[in-house]
Ligand binder design. Structure first.
Ligand code: NAP
Ligand code: HSE
Length: 429
């Protein structure tokens, strides 16, 4: 019997995801030679702090010295699970330049430097796989890049941040205010110690940039994505959304039409009949429209130790198979177009506008006049509660309007004495 080849891998990071990858590779170790056609062995684990107490991970494999890995000629797959820009960026560049294949879950890095790193991988005949950088356990990158490659994809809508989906679910189902739901998300370990990237939509924006680049074959970076988070959303907005038969979700949208790309992340009021409206708690889901596929939705756990490890290990197995067959580097960057990104000013949406106005004759006419003069057509107006200070709450739903016109109207409304507060402005699907 011929002795099977061993593929040596190095893990950079043994935190939540690194620990999960370590566990899963060990769980599947006995099957690897059948699945891959070679043994897969972890040879090094890079960590920041060697003296930190750890439950998992073979202590003999730990190092805090990158040189041990980059200078080891046996290591053919580097699995970057440290996160952040540096030193991840430098290490990945050095690994690819040395002919080592790379698997990463690092959306911050891929959303900015993905194109350049894919080109470097191709130059050196290496794989660079980053499936877990978007939607954790849902293999959406592989689906977009391979399974759906026969489609012209025109729209992707995603719930791609578990923390915010959890917060909005608690606000919807239990009437919690944002701060209380965020505290619960933090306690459960969903939100980061600094939750800014989650709650302000940056994390979702990075994931949308990565998916849009692949789906539309044109490079989109994080800077191209207009992001708005959920920190200003109140329990009242959600209550009114429900009364309208809608669910409020943080949705990333990427569309391609008339040779332009639109990418943004916003709170969105979705009708309950939309499949994304049913995605709750920390689950992620990606809704794709392709010319052959029509509509499809992919749903699952977007974060966490083992769900994320599932996608990372899938990428490791794929790379290992490519090594066995001498076919690494065959699937590089597929961005062959250079499509312009539509300015947010030109994007069209319907809006929900909640405001406090004076309770006297002529106010409704004044508000609708400003909207009408700026090309904003009203679909629905509801007068809500009177409060004790002679104010009433107005909720306006607009027809589809260009963002710039709507913002112009808001600026005027905000300056009018009859409008005491513009409480909420939320897009409507
Ligand atoms: P984490 O728990 O904070 O773990 C980071 C690991 O990297 C730790 O083991 C840390 O070492 C090590 N590390 C950090 N900086 C280092 C440095 N300069 N040199 C050597 N080692 C270093 O992070 P994580 O949640 O596993 O996330 C890892 C990556 O996966 C990130 O890119 C993240 O965005 C992505 N991701 C995470 C999830 C998730 O659910 N957590 C989901 C999808 C994608 P010490 O142990 O010594 O501190
Ligand atoms: N903070 C991210 C989330 C982790 O809440 O979805 C997965 O990328």
């Amino acid at each position: 019997m011929t002795k099977q080849k061993t593929i040596h891998i190095a893990l950079l990071g043994l935190g939540t995801v690194g620990g999960g990858v370590y566990k899963l590779l060990n769980r599947r170790a006995g099957e690897m030679s059948n699945i891959v056609g070679a043994n897969v062995q972890i040879s090094h684990i890079l960590v920041h702090n060697l003296s930190k107490p750890r439950e998992g991970g073979d202590a003999a494999l730990l190092t805090d010295n990158w040189a041990d890995i980059i200078n080891d000629p046996e290591v053919s797959i580097v699995v970057e699970l440290m996160g952040g820009m540096e030193p991840a960026y430098t290490y990945i560049r050095q690994a690819l330049t040395a002919g080592k294949n790379v698997v990463t879950a690092n959306k911050d890095l891929i959303a900015v430097h993905g194109g350049e790193l894919l080109d470097l991988a191709e130059e050196h005949g290496c794989d660079l796989q980053f499936g877990a950088s978007v939607a954790g356990g849902i293999p959406i990158i592989r689906l977009l890049k391979q399974s759906l490659a026969g489609n012209e994809i025109t729209e992707i809508m995603g719930i791609v941040n578990g923390t915010t989906n959890y917060i909005l679910t608690r606000m919807t189902e239990e009437g919690m205010e944002f701060s209380e739901a965020l505290a619960q998300a933090t306690e459960l370990g969903y939100a980061e110690a600094d939750p800014t990237a989650d709650i302000e939509g940056y994390d979702a924006g990075r994931k949308m940039a990565i998916m849009a680049s692949i789906a539309f074959h044109s490079r989109v970076t994080f800077d191209d994505v207009h992001t708005e988070g959920i920190s200003h959303i109140t329990a009242t907005d959600i209550k009114y959304a429900r009364e309208m038969g809608c669910e409020l979700k943080l949705i990333g949208v990427a569309r391609q039409s008339a040779g332009e790309i639109e990418v943004h992340v916003n709170p969105l009021l979705l009708p309950l009949s939309h499949p994304l409206a049913t995605v709750k708690d920390s689950f992620n889901a990606v809704f794709v429209h392709g010319d052959a596929l029509d509509d499809a939705m992919f749903q699952g756990r977007g974060a966490g130790e083992l769900p994320t490890a599932s996608d990372v290990v899938g990428d490791i197995i794929d790379t290992a198979r490519n090594l066995v067959h001498g076919s690494t580097g065959h699937l590089g960057c597929t961005c062959y177009k250079d499509l312009p990104i539509k300015s947010i000013d030109e994007i069209e949406s319907k809006y929900f506008l909640r405001m406090a106005v004076e309770d006297r004759p002529g106010v409704l006419a004044g508000v609708s006049g400003v909207l009408g003069n700026n090309g904003v057509s009203i679909a629905q107006v509801v007068q809500k509660h009177k409060n004790l200070k002679g104010k009433v709450e107005l909720v306006v739903i607009t027809d589809t309007v260009r963002e710039r016109n709507f913002r112009d109207a808001l600026t005027i409304l905000d300056s009018m004495s009859m409008v005491s507060e513009l409480s909420s402005v939320i897009r409507v699907y």
